[in-house]
Design a protein around this ligand. Structure first.
Ligand SMILES: NC(=O)c1ccc[n+]([C@@H]2O[C@H](COP(=O)([O-])OP(=O)(O)OC[C@H]3O[C@@H](n4cnc5c(N)ncnc54)[C@H](OP(=O)(O)O)[C@@H]3O)[C@@H](O)[C@H]2O)c1
Length: 261
């Protein structure tokens, strides 16, 4: 265990896809603390330990004993099996990345978890150093860790955290959306590279521009661009007529319901 909470020792239980992109993002973001991995799934643990300078612990309890902060990144159904055999110190921080399980759900399967249990579920784009890292409840140590990986946003209620989590699924839909526009450009004659770059840099520019205009409502930015007589307004009206935007609301509503029921 370390006394240096700038780079605390992090232990990871559940070394799969999530642990892989999280450790990659942490190291790329400059996290210098030790990271201990559970030895289960030995091949992945070995690969992550080589690629992202981690240490493979002897067993799950060893991960906990050596760490200040423990990250749970197993699948929801694996949670009870994992936790029943493990003991924690009272002053440890446990972060859970397990989607669809509330804080109360965690204590229901493992009453012996320490008092500081924080939900934190970043999107996979953090591997590129950008993306939202929703956190509930707010916790300065966890926010510091999250800051190495993307943009931490803390929430005061689990309800608000789940809303943010719903939009993480939206991230996945966006690639399909970008892909259909890229395909359209290719069908009309652009090369694969040109089409991809035109779409992705347009999108990147749009988010950078909006982030810069902090005091302006997002729809108002459209209003400034899509003025009377513009081609932008023509396309916008067509999209609205075809329910191009309300379809996204419906998908968010559906996923949010599933995520919280
Ligand atoms: N994947 C994503 O993009 C993503 C995004 C946000 C949140 N999450 C959350 O992250 C969690 C993990 O997802 P994932 O996609 O990374 O799943 P995954 O690739 O299946 O990884 C889970 C890992 O946990 C291991 N495990 C299971 N039981 C264990 C135990 N008792 N002790 C030690 N290790 C154990 C599994 O080993 P075995 O293979 O041997 O069972 C596997 O290596 C999920 O709860 C999910 O909700 C995932």
């Amino acid at each position: 265990m370390s006394k240096d909470m700038t780079n605390p020792v992090l232990g990871i239980l559940g070394v799969g896809y999530f642990a892989s992109y999280f450790t990659s993002s942490l190291r790329k973001g400059g996290y210098k603390g030790k990271i201990y991995l559970s030895p289960r799934n030995a091949q992945t643990a070995e690969r992550i330990s080589k690629e992202h300078r981690c240490l493979v612990a002897q067993d799950n309890q060893d991960v906990i004993d050596k760490s200040d902060i423990i990250l749970l990144s197993i699948r929801p159904e694996q949670l009870p099996g994992l936790l029943e055999k493990l003991s924690f110190r009272d002053n440890q921080i446990v972060i859970t990345a397990v989607a669809g399980k509330t804080i109360a759900d965690h204590y229901a399967v493992a009453g012996h978890l320490p008092q500081t249990l924080i939900r934190m579920i970043p999107v996979c784009s953090i591997e590129a150093g950008e993306g939202v890292v929703p956190i509930y409840p707010p916790n300065p140590e966890v926010e510091k860790i999250a800051d190495f990986t993307g943009t931490p946003i803390s929430f005061d209620s689990e309800h608000d955290f789940d809303l943010a989590l719903t939009t993480s699924c939206m991230n996945g839909w966006l690639y399909e959306f970008f892909g259909t526009m890229t395909d359209w450009l290719e069908e009309k004659g652009l090369s694969q590279d040109q089409a991809r770059n035109v779409i992705l840099h347009n999108i990147r520019g749009a988010t950078a521009y909006a982030l810069q205009k902090k005091d302006q409502k997002l729809a108002d930015i459209t209003g400034e661009i899509a003025t009377e007589g513009t081609f932008t307004l023509e396309g916008l009206n067509l999209l609205k007529k075809q329910n191009g935007f309300t379809a996204w609301d419906q998908a968010l509503e559906h996923v949010h319901k599933k995520l919280t029921e």
